[in-house]
Design a protein around this ligand. Structure first.
Ligand SMILES: *[C@@H]1O[C@H](CO)[C@@H](O)[C@H](O)[C@H]1NC(C)=O
Ligand SMILES: *[C@@H]1O[C@H](CO)[C@@H](O)[C@H](O)[C@H]1NC(C)=O
Length: 179
């Protein structure tokens, strides 16, 4: 018994130090991992911002390059050749000729045609019920890729204006997948 006791004491002491060391490193590890997590969140955030900006830049570059090739689009309207600038509100004001740049309805279609990337978006449009306005199948004309020579946005197409957000969503989704 007398020979076992010092061993037991030693073991107990060792255990105690081990425990203290373990707690110490665990605490430090916790602090370190907290720092690592918060800095990688910052990096991820910055990377996401950069990626979004880059994507926006790429999209803008592609749509503007397309617009510059179409003579029906006045040069002072190129600002609208962008997924950020073309939305339901701006399309309505362009169609009503309220915009600072005077587009004919044909050139609105031309700008939108640049957003289609010459792709047929019919299946995306149908999934989003774009054919279910008063204009029926006519609104699918906006989903057919090449719009340069129509739809002309005559009054029969006006119910489609309420679907512009969905139509633009289909264009943008495909554009992002393509770039
Ligand atoms: C911008 O678009 C043009 C024409 O499509 C292309 O040649 C060029 O590589 C693009 N630049 C960038 C930075 O995406
Ligand atoms: C629509 O586009 C215009 C620019 O053409 C912009 O000023 C406006 O904020 C946009 N609206 C929405 C809801 O994105």
């Amino acid at each position: 018994m007398s020979s076992k006791s010092p061993h037991a004491l030693l073991a107990l002491l060792l255990c105690f130090f081990c425990y203290k060391m373990f707690i110490g490193t665990e605490e430090m590890g916790r602090l370190q991992s907290k720092a690592i997590v918060s800095s990688s969140i910052e990096i991820m955030h910055a990377e996401r911002m950069n990626a979004e900006k880059l994507l926006q830049h790429k999209l803008d570059n592609a749509t503007k390059a397309c617009c510059r090739k179409l003579p029906s689009i006045p040069t002072n309207c190129y600002d609208y050749c962008s997924f950020d600038a073309l939305n339901t509100t701006s399309i309505v004001s362009l169609a009503m000729n309220y915009s600072p740049c005077h587009l004919t309805r044909d050139s609105i279609s031309a700008i939108m045609s640049c957003m289609t990337f010459n792709h047929d978006h019919t299946s995306c449009c149908e999934e989003l019920n774009i054919h279910k306005t008063e204009a029926g199948q006519k609104c699918i004309d906006f989903c057919k890729g090449n719009l340069e020579f129509g739809p002309l946005m005559d009054v029969t197409y006006f119910p489609c204006l309420e679907m512009m957000e969905q139509i633009m969503f289909c264009y943008k989704k495909h554009a992002i997948e393509t770039l």
